[in-house]
Write a protein that binds this ligand. Structure first.
Ligand SMILES: NC(=O)c1ccc[n+]([C@@H]2O[C@H](COP(=O)([O-])OP(=O)(O)OC[C@H]3O[C@@H](n4cnc5c(N)ncnc54)[C@H](OP(=O)(O)O)[C@@H]3O)[C@@H](O)[C@H]2O)c1
Length: 298
């Protein structure tokens, strides 16, 4: 039986597909271009187009598709695209799954720790309510809500509330590296905001754990158990590339001017997140310390 993956060309999807295939699992990728071969099937998430035959008989679905949150400067059009690509894509997929005569056992649907808003120093786990702001209220809450019909149809739904994934192949780290290699890395804003990170190996390991553990449903925080403040992150990354970091922080106003709206919610504030569900269900992290995770991925 196959596992269906959407957003499979992305950073997380490609790592997951590699791991599943290495395990001998058959993977069918839902793609937004012409399919190449029997292991791909076309879908158009925005237009509600999907082939039920490709989903029929699947063991589980891992849904990762969505426009990259930080791919472009936030303006109204791009913010709409970030929301639309997630809400409409999830709706298209969930509608098709609920109409199947034989439904997959599980749907693992991407989500983000942006759900919790700015938590300051307060630790949060999966029981915390949603926070304020665009990412929490306009993106994550409606995105997660689209999975409810799948749950009502008896499919086990796990919401992958993912933190900052550390990988040398994409995401935030390769964008920071050139600056740090020049010895120009510096804390951002107050430096006290928490960045709840997870290594790409643990992200993949946690998803496999959730796929294989029938007891896990609902929100699951995919973050390492020791979140770091931005100042700690800066120090650790400087050490990982053997370069000094700047003693003075980059002021918030400079970041807001340089990056735009993402600076406030994605960089200058953060979440101190605990992976309670993963730990309670027996997941063993490969990288609990930031320095070890950075050494492994760089
Ligand atoms: N990486 C992180 O640190 C992180 C943190 C928190 C949450 N997440 C969430 O986890 C999911 C996967 O993350 P990722 O880092 O792998 O993202 P990514 O590299 O940006 O990949 C996302 C994939 O979604 C598809 N996609 C892109 N634009 C789309 C659009 N407009 N409509 C529908 N699909 C579109 C593409 O796959 P196809 O071309 O194959 O369709 C793309 O490769 C995302 O939903 C992301 O928000 C990631």
């Amino acid at each position: 039986m196959a596992i269906i993956v959407t957003g499979s060309s992305g950073l997380l999807g490609s790592a997951l597909v590699r791991a599943l295939r290495a395990d001998g699992t058959r993977v069918v990728r839902l793609v937004r271009r012409a399919p190449q071969g029997a292991d791909e099937s076309f879908w158009n998430p925005g237009k509600g187009l999907i082939d039920p035959a490709a989903l029929q008989g699947a063991q589980a679905v891992v849904h990762l598709a969505g426009a990259g949150i930080n791919d472009r400067r936030w303006n109204d059009d791009f913010k709409r695209e970030v929301v639309r690509s997630r809400v409409e894509g999830t709706r298209t997929l969930v509608k098709a799954l609920t109409e199947l005569p034989v439904k997959p056992r599980a749907l693992l649907s991407a989500s983000a720790i942006g759900f919790y808003g700015d938590t300051g120093d307060r630790e949060v786990d999966e029981t915390a309510p949603p926070g304020a702001g665009f990412l929490a209220q306009d993106v994550v809450v409606p995105w997660e809500a689209e999975t409810v019909p799948a749950e009502e149809a008896g499919i086990r739904v796990a919401l992958l509330r993912t933190g900052l994934v550390l990988s040398g192949e994409g995401g935030m780290l390769p964008k920071l590296l050139p600056i740090f290699k020049l010895g120009l890395g510096a804390p951002l804003g107050s430096g006290g905001q928490y960045w709840s990170w997870i290594s790409i190996d643990d992200w993949v390991g946690a998803v496999l754990h959730i796929l294989n553990n029938q007891e896990i449903s609902g929100p699951v925080n995919l973050t390492a158990p020791e979140p770091a403040t931005n100042a700690e992150f800066t120090k650790a990354l400087g050490e990982a590339v053997h370069r000094p970091t700047m003693p003075l922080a980059v002021p918030g106003f400079a970041l807001r001017t340089a990056i735009g709206g993402f600076a406030e919610e994605g960089v200058l504030t953060g979440q101190r997140v605990m992976p309670r569900r993963l730990l309670e269900s027996g997941y063993t992290f490969r990288h609990t310390r930031l320095s070890e995770a950075l050494a492994a991925v760089l």
